[in-house]
Design a binder for this molecule. Structure first.
Ligand code: GLA
Length: 386
């Protein structure tokens, strides 16, 4: 048994004198296909062994107590009057999910819960989606609401969109809920059809370098990118074809023909999205055919697009990518997730990782004053009851 599982279990029993149900829900990485999910494109995430752990059970009362071990804090929640619960950093993630069940007509009985996790917060590995997915999965199971995994992922995304106010796509929660050990998920975010691809990286590993920064623009800039993409899509619908389902499917030729009419910023955002969606599809073919070098080159091209066209990178991320991409042992390197901080994702030859990390840490600390953290990624199964 994992230590976190033991801890949430024990704290639950100590507090509530009752056996809990324990749910584990992982953080994710994304190999390629960034900022494509809310544009109806493809993504290529995998669930990791770093996860949120939730011990939970009915309180059999009208109130519940929620304990966060990581935050060393607990809150009492009155389920008769959830609306009056004050705005609260981590409890919001649980409340938002409860609210979505209730909006669907599923009354959630009061529950107690204890949570802990080892998904590094602010690293871009989606610690919040991991927690929300654990909560959504657990509420559904405990009450026999009968939602399937896709429906839970959609519910959790809506919780994040409406309660937290981040207009995120579905990738993070989908990956957390559907992950499969040793596999990546190629997800079509328009139809939610997906395929598992075995992750054969030969003598390379997925390694994350954590900038240790999270610029506070993240949420506002993220929502702004969404609006800019919507503006682009509205333009193509008006001038080319009003049935085009999403921006990812807009042909590059339409974009090129619109250069003089589109606002240059919107033009660049659209260019990135359309190119990235094509890139991920050919990157998947590379992966399946074992052309790892080509795959890595595409990852690095994604970074260029995110930096220059989509403008969601930051100096710390750029420094990490620029420092490694030309190394012989590195197949590809790019920022991962929403941007403005968090991690870079890298494919690195196993026997070179330690030496590269040592060198990079020294340079990074000299440049930024921040200690560089590294996570070597192990893929794992998605949300499950332990
Ligand atoms: C964040 C969001 C995801 C996705 C990525 C960028 O992680 O939560 O939905 O948009 O950014 O690919």
């Amino acid at each position: 048994m994992n230590q976190l599982q033991l801890t949430v279990n024990q704290v639950f029993i100590d507090n509530f004198k009752q056996e809990p149900m324990i749910v584990r829900s992982p953080g994710r990485v994304n190999l390629i296909g960034e900022h494509t999910d809310y544009n109806g494109g493809f993504v290529l995430p995998a669930a990791t062994d770093k996860a949120a752990y939730l011990a939970i059970n009915d309180s059999k009362m009208e109130t519940g107590k929620w304990i966060s071990i990581d935050m060393k804090e607990s809150v009492e929640v009155d389920f008769k009057d959830l609306k009056s619960f004050p705005n609260h950093s981590w409890a919001n993630y649980i409340l938002g999910v409860v609210e979505q069940f209730e909006k669907r007509g599923m009354k959630v009985p009061a529950f107690n819960c204890v949570m802990a996790g080892d998904v590094p917060i602010g690293s871009g590995m989606s610690s919040s989606a991991a927690l929300e997915s654990a909560v959504g999965f657990a509420i559904n199971e405990m009450n026999g609401f009968g939602l399937n995994r896709k429906e839970i992922a959609k519910l959790v995304q809506q919780a994040e969109n409406e309660f937290i106010g981040v207009k995120c796509g579905i990738m993070d929660m989908f990956a957390s809920i559907h992950g499969k050990e040793n596999n990546v998920i190629r997800l079509n975010c328009e139809t939610l059809n997906f395929e598992y691809f075995p992750l054969n990286l030969g003598d390379h590993k997925i390694v994350l370098f954590d900038t240790g920064v999270k610029h506070n623009l993240v949420e506002s800039e993220y929502n702004l990118r969404r609006l800019q993409c919507e503006e682009g899509l509205a333009f193509f619908r008006k001038h080319f074809d009003d049935t085009i389902p999403n921006l990812s499917q807009v042909p590059l030729a339409w974009l090129q023909a619109s250069r003089s009419q589109l606002n240059p910023i919107v033009y660049h955002r659209c260019q990135y999205v359309i190119e990235e969606n094509q890139r991920i599809l050919s990157a998947c073919e590379d992966l399946q055919a074992g052309r790892l070098k080509d795959f890595g080159i595409k990852m690095t091209a994604t970074h260029e697009g995110l930096r220059n066209l989509y403008e969601v990178s930051c100096p710390e991320l750029d420094f990490l990518v620029d420092s490694v991409w030309h190394e012989k042992s590195v197949l590809g390197s790019r920022m991962m997730g929403g941007g403005f901080g968090g991690c870079t994702i890298n494919l690195i030859k196993m026997d070179a990782i330690d030496e590269l990390y040592t060198r990079l840490s020294i340079n990074y600390e000299q440049k930024t004053g921040i200690k560089l953290k590294m996570y070597s990624v192990v893929t794992a199964n998605g949300t499950e009851i332990l």
